[in-house]
Design a protein around this ligand. Structure first.
Ligand code: F0G
Length: 467
């Protein structure tokens, strides 16, 4: 075990520690999730956040160009030069004045963090840089994940670029947007479709990787979450190191929210920030385990001694009722989030709230993000829909600074977009109406016109007059 970084069970009644070079998906003693922990007093950590600006001039070093490893001082589990990068983390925080009125906050108060600008088109690349760095350390040759699409695209891309490992991906049948599936196929991942959904694939991949000794890169892997902390570091960097009031993020397997809570807790413990922002985690109504457990049943972290029997009862009832996750936001179509316990810790650290939003709210928000910026996929828009809801409830104030994390690129799931804009009615009926999206108030309908010059000129002129 190195003396500055180690793995540790998050269960306070266990707390067992393991070396960095060991591979576990959970604590072998008690089954709890693992953290990567640091003896900060043995490490050189910048005294203030703007000390990180010295790395801006080091863009010729691949790890400093990386938006993850630029913050290596805050995730130093191996030396910088051993860190794996594909150029991830060049993402933007946009002051989204075009979207602020929709959300209901004052004009300069809304910020959108576009994680879809990562090389594989989602935030997962931040975490994959962490997982691959650890995978390389332990000499892994094959890596696996279960996925609703983005993790698999990211894993496959990292394998194709680095050639460090070969990718095996487990997906539920018919459950993944083609933009994402096409990436994994192109990048050469072994693609295994399981007859079932993400929750089935997730359970299986854990069994299979344990039996065959395959390196697992789902977010139960604590090194992945180390990489995902950098999303929050970049938010702070782009706000010139000022802490916002709210972070709003979609909740699926709850890796991101878990990583964000750890990031802010550590920054606070290191004295690098004075205040911790609040977090809002947004489920889709059709996959709202966290919302129900936390907001309806009162589940909380309770110093790590959360009510496991409540969770068990909830899952048993779900199994008995045959309830399956179902949402147009396929990335977060998850009913059994593997990071539930870590996420409860985040909710405590960041005084969090959880909401669930409907398919209608998600797609309306998505169209507004598209109209005001670079766009996003449906799951990402849950954050904006959730922020709107919380402003309407008065939980988020109109003058508070709100950062919504847009987790995936607009082009990941074009079907949802063209269906919303009523490209053709059959598509709308199939994808959206059936799911309860009964209105498309922000649709930008394409027009069909005869192939005749007068008719075309007439149509274009009319559009010019309307704008
Ligand atoms: N947004 C997008 C675009 C995602 O792909 C995911 C998760 C989430 C949000 C939820 O994030 O799990 O950290 O709460 N996608 C995983 C996958 C499950 O397989 O790609 P989380």
């Amino acid at each position: 075990m190195t003396d500055s970084a180690f793995q540790q069970c998050i269960n306070p009644d266990c707390g067992k520690a393991f070396g960095i070079e060991e591979i576990y998906h959970s604590c072998p003693q008690c089954g709890g999730l693992l953290d990567v922990s640091y003896n900060w007093n043995r490490l050189a950590v910048p005294k203030k956040l703007n000390d990180f600006e010295k790395y801006w001039s080091k863009r010729d070093v691949p790890q400093r160009l990386s938006g993850v490893w630029r913050f290596h001082d805050l995730m130093p589990f191996v030396p910088l030069e051993q860190c794996v990068t594909t150029g991830e983390g060049q993402t933007l925080l946009q002051n989204a004045n075009g979207v602020a009125p929709f959300v209901g906050v004052r004009e300069s108060s809304l910020f959108l963090q576009y994680e879809g600008l990562n090389p594989s088109g989602s935030f997962k690349d931040n975490g994959m840089a962490g997982a691959f760095t650890h995978g390389k350390l332990v000499g892994a040759k094959q890596a696996a994940c279960a996925s609703t699409g983005n993790t698999s695209a990211s894993l496959a891309m990292f394998c194709a670029i680095t050639k460090l490992m070969k990718a095996v991906i487990f997906i539920g049948s018919g459950k993944i947007a083609y933009g994402k599936l096409s990436q994994a196929l192109d990048y050469g991942a072994k693609t295994v479709q399981i007859e079932g959904d993400f929750d089935d694939a997730m359970a299986r991949v854990q069994e299979v990787s344990k039996q065959l000794g395959i390196y697992l890169v789902n977010s139960v892997n604590p090194f992945r979450l180390e990489g995902q902390k950098s999303i929050m570091f970049r938010v702070l960097e782009q706000l010139r190191w000022e802490v916002p009031d709210w972070i709003v993020v979609p909740g699926g397997n709850l890796g991101n929210s878990s990583a964000f809570g750890k990031a802010f807790l550590e920054l606070h413990q290191l004295g690098l920030i004075k205040k911790i922002p609040r977090i809002a985690i947004i489920n889709a109504t059709g996959a709202n385990t966290l919302y129900r457990l936390v907001e309806q049943d009162g589940l909380c972290w309770n110093g790590g001694r959360y009510d496991k029997s409540l969770v068990k009862r909830f899952y048993d009832e779900m199994t008995a009722a045959g309830r399956r996750a179902s949402t147009i936001a396929s990335a977060i179509e998850i009913n059994r989030p593997v990071n539930l316990s870590k996420c409860l810790r985040t909710l405590e650290v960041m005084k969090g709230v959880v909401r669930d939003v409907s398919e209608q709210e998600i797609l309306d928000a998505k169209s507004q993000v598209g109209a005001g910026g670079f766009g996003c996929e449906p799951a990402s828009a849950a954050s904006v829909a959730g922020a709107k809801r919380l402003v309407a409830e008065g939980v988020i104030g109109r003058d508070e600074r709100v950062v919504c994390v847009l987790t995936g690129h607009q082009l990941k799931d074009p079907d949802a977009t063209v269906a919303y804009h009523r490209m053709d009615e059959a598509l709308y009926e199939k994808y959206l109406k059936k799911r309860g999206v009964t209105e498309t108030p922000y649709a930008n309908r394409p027009v069909t016109v005869a192939n005749h010059i007068d008719a075309i000129i007439d149509t274009v002129k009319k559009d010019g007059e309307q704008r």
